[in-house]
Design a protein around this ligand. Structure first.
Ligand SMILES: [Zn+2]
Ligand SMILES: [Zn+2]
Length: 370
C-alpha cells in the first residue's frame, strides 16, 4: 500500500551560482536538504511519491548559468518526474504516473487553440510551482495532466521519468514538423540526451530515412541501432564537407535532395549553422535545442527554397500516453540511455554533468532520504 508522509524532504537550491558583475567573483551555488510540511491538497490535486527525477540541462541552467527560476529560491529543481500517487483524489491513489514537465493552464487563447505546450501561464515543477520540484520525496500536482502508467513491463518506474521531458519533446517536435510516413529526416545532435529519442521517434513515426549527425564516432555507431539509417560525423569537417557527404549519400541511395525535415537538437552555434546550410528546397528546419548563440543567414533563401524554419517547445500532456506506449512497446528504447543514481549524489551529479557538457547517459535520481 501507499505511505502517507509526515513531511516532504527536498534537495533545495538554496542559492544558484552567482557572479559579482564588478569583481567577476563567482559564488558557487548551494544545494541543501530541507524538510517542509505536506501542503493541504486543493481540489483536483494529488501528492505524488517520487520514484525518480531526471537531471535536465535546464536544471543546470538554473543552478550554474544564472537562468532565473519563476519561483525564487529556495526551491527544489527537477521537472522530469515519475512516481506513485499517495494522497488526494481517491480515484488516483496507488496509481503510477508520469508528471508532464510543463502543465498548460487550459484557459488561455493558446491552450484553446491547441498550442498549450507553449501556454504562457504553464506550470513547471522545479521552476514555477512554488518550492516544489522533482528532487524531493514528494510533490503536489494537479491530476488533469498526469499520465498514468498502467503496465510498465520490465521497466522500473524511475526509468520512465525520462518520458516527462527527454522523450516527449521529440514527439512534439515531430508533430510541429508534420512528420509523415515516408519523410526523410536529418537529426543534428543525434547522439545527445534528446537526440537519441528524436532519431528513434522519427523512425517510429515512419520516416523513410533518418540521418544522424554528431561528433562522437562511437555514439554515432550506436545511433545506427537506435533509429538512424545513416550517420555523418562532423569531426574535422567544414559545413561544406558535411553537405557534400549528405549529397553523396542521397545520390548513392537514389534519394531526393529536397523536402528533408531537419531537427536541430544541439542548440549550439555550429549545430544551427550546419542545419541552415543543409536546409534546401521545400525543406523544414525544426529547432528543438536551445542556446544563446547567433548565426548569420540569408533569409531570402527561405523564400527561394519555399522552406520553413520552425521552433518547438515542450510537449502537450495529451501526447504523453502515446509516447509512453511507444516506449513500453520498445518502438523507442530508453534503457541504454538512462542511468539511475541515489538522489544524495545530486551535487556531485550536477557537477559531473555540468563539466562533461554532454553526459554519456541521462541521469535519473531516486530519493534516498533518511
Ligand atoms: Zn528539461
Ligand atoms: Zn494556457
Amino acid at each position: 500500500m501507499v505511505d502517507l508522509p509526515k513531511t516532504i524532504k527536498q534537495w533545495q537550491m538554496v542559492q544558484p551560482t552567482a557572479k559579482n558583475k564588478e569583481t567577476g567573483e563567482v559564488t558557487p551555488g548551494k544545494l541543501e536538504m530541507a524538510e517542509i510540511p505536506v501542503p493541504e491538497l486543493k481540489e483536483g490535486e494529488v501528492l505524488v511519491q517520487i520514484a525518480g527525477c531526471g537531471v535536465c540541462h535546464t536544471d543546470l541552467g538554473y543552478f550554474y548559468d544564472m537562468v532565473p527560476t519563476v519561483s525564487k529560491p529556495p526551491l527544489a529543481l527537477g521537472h522530469e518526474i515519475a512516481g506513485t500517487v499517495v494522497a488526494g483524489d481517491p480515484a488516483w491513489i496507488g496509481k503510477e504516473v508520469i508528471i508532464p514537465a510543463v502543465m498548460p493552464c487550459r484557459k488561455c487563447e493558446l491552450c484553446k487553440t491547441g498550442r498549450g505546450n507553449r501556454c504562457l501561464a504553464q506550470k513547471m515543477p522545479g521552476n514555477s510551482i512554488g518550492v516544489y520540484g522533482g528532487f524531493a520525496s514528494h510533490i503536489p500536482v494537479p491530476t488533469i495532466d498526469l499520465c498514468e502508467v498502467k503496465n510498465r513491463g520490465s521497466y522500473a518506474l524511475e526509468q520512465l521519468a525520462v518520458i516527462a521531458d527527454a522523450v516527449t519533446t521529440p514527439y512534439q517536435a515531430a508533430k510541429r514538423a508534420d512528420l509523415q510516413p515516408g519523410d526523410n529526416v536529418i537529426v543534428i545532435g543525434a547522439t545527445g540526451g534528446v537526440g537519441v529519442y528524436m532519431a528513434q521517434t522519427a523512425k517510429a513515426l515512419g520516416a523513410k530515412t533518418v540521418i544522424g549527425i554528431a561528433r562522437n564516432e562511437e555514439k554515432l555507431k550506436r545511433a545506427l541501432d537506435y533509429g538512424c539509417d545513416h550517420v555523418i560525423s562532423t569531426v574535422d569537417k567544414t559545413n561544406k564537407d558535411v553537405v557534400g557527404d549528405f549529397k553523396a549519400f542521397c545520390k548513392s541511395k537514389g534519394l531526393s535532395g529536397t523536402g528533408w525535415k531537419i531537427f536541430e537538437v544541439t542548440g549550439s552555434k555550429p549545430g544551427q549553422g550546419l542545419a541552415l546550410d543543409l536546409l534546401s528546397f521545400v525543406g523544414k528546419l525544426i529547432l528543438v535545442g536551445f542556446g544563446m548563440a547567433k548565426n548569420e543567414y540569408m533569409f531570402s533563401k527561405l523564400m527561394a527554397f519555399d522552406a520553413e524554419v520552425i521552433g518547438t517547445w515542450g510537449c502537450l500532456p495529451e501526447y504523453y500516453p502515446i509516447v509512453l506506449d511507444m516506449v513500453l512497446s520498445k518502438k523507442i528504447v530508453i534503457d541504454p540511455f538512462v542511468e539511475v543514481r541515489p538522489m544524495s549524489t545530486i551535487a556531485a551529479t550536477f557537477d559531473e554533468i555540468h563539466k562533461a557538457g554532454s553526459p554519456a547517459k541521462r541521469v535519473v535520481l531516486t530519493p534516498d532520504f533518511k
